[in-house]
Design a binder for this molecule. Structure first.
Ligand SMILES: [Zn+2]
Length: 129
């Protein structure tokens, strides 16, 4: 893979990322909008480098709406719904679908930029903005 060199994150950096996402998503499942027990899900499968806010989202746990399990059990639908980042993509450049907002690009500071459907389609089909 050609791209910026990635640095393995410390436990402290990972904790800070989880805290940022808890604050950003406010305990709301980003798939269905339900408030309740949520997991902080890695949009792209976890590795030593990607526990960063742009790669995390709150999804309902098995004690809540269960959307985290839905994502795990339906990878194809999860990708179409904007819940998953492919292995080869960069999370900050891969659209997420945020309940009540629509398509967004998450940053690593706890914010996001809204994008329209056409831009989301372009990014997910290998284009660049
Ligand atoms: Zn849910």
């Amino acid at each position: 893979m050609i791209g910026p060199r990635r640095v393995k994150l410390t436990a402290k950096q990972e904790r800070e990322a989880y805290d940022i996402v808890t604050a950003r998503d406010g305990g709301m499942c980003q798939r269905c909008g339900l408030y309740g027990p949520v997991d902080r899900d890695h949009r792209q499968n976890r590795d030593p480098y990607n526990t960063v806010p742009s790669n995390l989202q709150c999804l309902g746990s098995d004690f809540g709406c269960g959307c985290h399990r839905f994502k795990t059990e339906h990878p194809g639908l999860a990708l179409l719904e904007g819940l998953t980042v492919p292995r080869w993509a960069r999370p900050e450049l891969w659209p997420a679908y945020r309940f009540g907002v629509g398509w967004v690009l998450y940053d690593d500071d706890g914010g996001w930029q809204t994008i329209n459907q056409a831009t989301a389609d372009l990014l997910m089909n290998g284009g660049e903005t």
